[in-house]
Design a protein around this ligand. Structure first.
Ligand code: C5P
Length: 235
């Protein structure tokens, strides 16, 4: 079963501070998006990568990626106003032979290839939808009006969900078709599948698949790249 990865990369990354779109910001000299695409293309299961870039950066992103030696075919399209819209546009660009679809945030540039492989393997083993996730370490509270705590959630049942998320193609297409009115915005793709009443399989996530959102995350990512370089002489 062939896997195609959609990479939503059209966000502005405002929480990271002003500047170029987040996906194009460099981590130790290499744009985050490039690192994310390499991690996906390194997986033998991934044959095609579709990048949803900021509309004004499509040609920049295309020339950046075309210079790379990738183990997968590539298509760069213009993303949309929300993450969900960017993924929807990616789905519309799927090649006909795609049977498994991964969706991976450009903002998780250091995802280990083993995690990509594990997500694909779980879909191949029969899951309709798969998310990698970690236990949460903080106590999570729901907060009501005026920042008053409404509820303390049971931490043992909580997971922090990452990408890549993996799907049988028809399942993700159905989920997006049902959410077509745009009224139902979801911060992840599995959330739309859950709304269909279908089950979503959780597999162990990986700490290095963390999302680069705030300036401190950039420090962590730089340190991780430096450690990988020291360990392997590459990255
Ligand atoms: O904003 P957030 O960190 O949740 O974004 C997750 C991913 O979605 C990022 O890789 C970002 O580039 C992407 N995104 C997108 N189109 C948007 C907004 C976010 O592709 N309009």
């Amino acid at each position: 079963m062939k896997a195609v990865a959609i990479v939503p990369a059209a966000g502005r990354g405002e929480r990271l501070g002003p500047g170029t779109p987040k996906a194009l910001r460099a981590l130790a000299g290499v744009p985050m998006l490039l690192r994310a695409v390499h991690a996906l293309a390194e997986s033998p299961a991934v044959e095609f990568v579709i990048v949803a870039a900021p509309a004004e950066s499509v040609s920049t992103v295309r020339s950046l990626l075309l210079e790379e030696q990738l183990g997968a075919s590539l298509s760069v399209i213009a993303g949309g106003a929300t993450r969900q819209e960017s993924v929807r546009l990616g789905l519309a660009a799927l090649p006909p032979e795609a049977e498994i679809v991964l969706v991976h945030d450009a903002a998780r540039p250091l995802v280990p290839v083993e995690l990509v492989d594990a997500v694909v393997a779980a879909v191949r083993a029969g899951a309709d939808a798969v998310v990698p996730a970690l236990q949460v370490t903080d106590t999570i509270k729901a907060v009501g009006p005026a920042e008053v705590v409404a509820q303390t959630l049971d931490r043992s049942a909580l997971r922090s969900v990452q990408t890549p998320q993996g799907f049988r193609r028809s399942v993700l297409e159905d989920a997006y078709a049902k959410a077509a009115d745009g009224a139902q915005d979801s911060t992840d793709d599995a959330g739309l599948v859950e709304r269909l009443g279908m089950s979503v399989q959780v597999i162990p996530g990986h700490e290095e698949a963390f999302k680069v959102t705030r300036p401190l995350d950039l420090l962590l990512a730089d340190a991780l790249v430096a450690r990988r370089r020291a360990e392997s002489g590459r990255a």
